[in-house]
Design a binder for this molecule. Structure first.
Ligand code: NAD
Ligand code: UDP
Ligand code: UDP
Length: 322
């Protein structure tokens, strides 16, 4: 029988964090969810509140935190460009001061710690698909930099704590992930397109729509994170986690319109500054080290996500969380 652990999930009330808390509780662990509710919502975790192994702390990780845990998943950080650019200084602080505090905590209690890093560390990449060895092409002074450089600095801190203090670290570079519990006002492309399609409003394609992304369904991603946490100490990452199936934004728009049976037209808006043109993970390392490959195809994952938003938009709950 596997041993029950006490596990801290920062950003646990967010999209990915709430699914992670759920999965860890299902595996009979004790979970402490820490969140400042900037983009996270109580409704994401309300169904877990009756579980005696679940605890929530409202806390901003840019400030020190003292708890006793065996493992830490550090997910706290707004992930949508709209939200992370709302208060860019706080975004950098969350990644940098947040990482320092969580690493300090891990050091004090001897916990294993996983960082939710991102494909954004590769910036607007010159090589395709992106392998972990690629050092990236990131603008240090643009509107996306608070997120990209914050996450890069967090990776630096993780590897320095590993070299200097011998911490057990795990760094996951997460590629675009989607699924139920994204906010209708999240601002990322999948939730925008689905909400627009369901309301028969114009689908907002930025730029020509020829830029690509590779979309991973949330269940696959959470499985990858947990496998990474379970690896031997020698496996530190960084490891890409994502679904290599690559689509243009126009292909995505057409698929969402088809699956929703929408009457929406397409509306072209300017491409945001520094928007990466192409993105696709090379997941050979994850396949080898974690025996992990994503299982859910875009069509199937979109179906589940559309069902979630249909239900949300047809109830009063969307008004409460919009
Ligand atoms: P999200 O915005 O839904 O979740 C982030 C959570 O962190 C929210 O609950 C928010 O309230 C909380 N938070 C933000 N700042 C905080 C702070 N200072 N202190 C405490 N809590 C704070 O986003 P998500 O998609 O669930 O992303 C989770 C993590 O995964 C983030 O670190 C993100 O950078 C990373 N990631 C996500 C994706 C993706 O496609 N979803 C891709 C790459 C990386
Ligand atoms: N820290 C924390 N919780 C702990 C231990 C440390 O939040 O249980 C914070 C602490 O406030 C410090 C940071 O983590 O600012 C880094 O800690 P570390 O021990 O690495 O550095 P130092 O305390 O020497 O600055
Ligand atoms: N995008 C779009 N319409 C939208 C939202 C986003 O065309 O309503 C584009 C955006 O310009 C980018 C891609 O979709 O090229 C993915 O954007 P998202 O914000 O989801 O993720 P990220 O850019 O961080 O990968």
């Amino acid at each position: 029988m596997q041993q029950t652990k006490r596990i801290l999930v920062t950003g646990g009330a967010g999209f990915l964090g709430s699914f992670l808390c759920e999965r860890l509780l299902r595996e009979k662990h004790e979970v402490i969810c820490v969140d400042n509710f900037f983009t996270g919502r109580r409704s994401n975790i309300s169904h877990l509140l009756d579980n005696r192994s679940f605890e929530i702390i409202r806390h901003d990780i840019t400030f020190p935190l003292y708890v006793e845990v065996d493992e830490i998943y550090n997910l706290a950080c707004p992930a949508s460009p709209v939200h992370y650019q709302f208060d860019p200084v706080q975004t950098t602080k969350t990644s940098v001061h947040g990482a320092i505090n969580m690493l300090g905590l891990a050091k004090r209690v001897g916990a294993k710690i996983l960082q939710a890093s991102t494909s954004e560390v590769y910036g607007d990449p010159e090589i395709h698909p992106q392998q972990e060895s690629y050092l990236g092409r990131v603008n240090p002074i643009g509107p996306r930099s608070c997120y990209d450089e914050g996450k890069r600095c967090a990776e630096t801190l993780f590897f320095d704590y590993w070299r200097q203090h011998k911490l057990q670290i795990k760094v996951a570079r997460i590629f675009n992930t989607y699924g139920p519990r994204m906010r209708p006002d999240d601002g990322r492309v999948i939730s925008n397109f689905i909400v627009q399609a369901l309301q028969n409003k114009p689908i907002t394609v930025y730029g020509s729509g020829q830029q690509t992304r590779s979309f991973c369904y949330v269940d696959d991603l959470i499985d990858g994170l947990m496998r990474l946490m379970g690896t031997q100490d020698e496996v530190t990452g960084p490891i890409n986690l994502g679904n290599p199936a690559e689509f243009t934004m126009l292909e995505l728009a057409n698929l969402v319109v088809e699956l929703t049976g929408s009457r929406s037209a397409t509306k072209y808006l300017p491409l945001p500054a520094d928007d990466p043109r192409q993105r696709q993970p090379d997941i050979a390392v994850a396949a080898r080290e974690l025996d992990w490959t994503p299982k859910v195809q875009l069509r199937a994952g979109l179906g589940k996500t559309i069902a979630y938003f249909e239900d949300l938009l047809s109830s009063d709950r969307s008004l409460a969380i919009a």
